[in-house]
Design a protein around this ligand. Structure first.
Ligand SMILES: N[C@@H](CCC(=O)N[C@@H](CS)C(=O)NCC(=O)O)C(=O)O
Length: 208
């Protein structure tokens, strides 16, 4: 398999970390959505990352679809969701909030950095959405008593959350004050201390 995209993206990184934890061999091609746009468009008409080229040569896009595929490859016993059905439901609910948060802050980053003048209406809207979602996630993380969101076993929800926090802090540092989100900051620190998070990582590179 081939994973396309840079690890400064929360979406690419969560796929890379799952591939490593599952022990699935893959080649990484750290193409930039701007610098390598032409090459990228040839495998993904949307021009985005992550893209996973599966073993039969299919280009699969979107981190959720890619992780669903990887979960199927490793089977129900090993997939990174809680075994308890209610916890698995909650983990998926939180993961959707986290990836929605990342969609919002990537959109705000582009708004701020790619326009001559950012729209004040759109910027305020995105900042409010990001702030309220961070507060909801802070409450959820503070209520979780184990090392991770669902006890002592790392799940896709934990990985997505840590990857989103790092991406947000590096791309829009004014939007994440650790003093306002202590449970999220502690979660990110615990995850970043794991060898797999250190291996599958890259400092944020803004578009040139
Ligand atoms: N829903 C997608 C979102 C991925 C995404 O937003 N990727 C960004 C990079 S962080 C991208 O491809 N940006 C290029 C663009 O929007 O043109 C997923 O879960 O994979």
């Amino acid at each position: 398999m081939i994973l396309i995209g840079q690890y400064d993206s929360a979406f690419v990184r969560r796929v890379g970390i799952a591939l490593k934890l599952y022990g699935l061999p893959f080649e990484h091609r750290p193409w930039s959505v701007f610098g390598d746009a032409q090459m990228l468009m040839q495998v993904n008409p949307l021009g985005g990352v992550p893209v996973l080229i599966t073993d039969d040569g299919t280009a699969l896009t979107d981190s959720k679809a890619i992780l669903d595929h990887l979960d199927r490859l490793v089977g129900p016993e090993r997939r990174l969701w809680p075994k308890d059905p209610d916890q698995a439901f909650e983990a998926r609910r939180l993961t959707a909030l986290v990836t929605g948060l990342a969609d919002r802050f990537v959109s705000l980053f582009y708004e701020r950095s790619l326009h001559d003048m950012a729209s004040p209406v759109m910027s305020a809207r995105r900042e409010a959405q990001i702030g309220s979602t961070l507060q909801a996630l802070e409450r959820a993380r503070a209520a979780a008593k184990g090392d991770w969101l669902f006890g002592d076993v790392l799940s896709h929800a934990d990985i997505a959350l840590a990857c989103a926090i790092r991406h947000l802090r590096e791309s829009l540092p004014d939007l994440f004050d650790p003093a306002h989100y202590p449970a999220l900051a502690a979660h990110a620190a615990r995850a970043e201390a794991l060898p797999v998070f250190a291996e599958i990582s890259q400092p944020f590179i803004p578009p040139a």
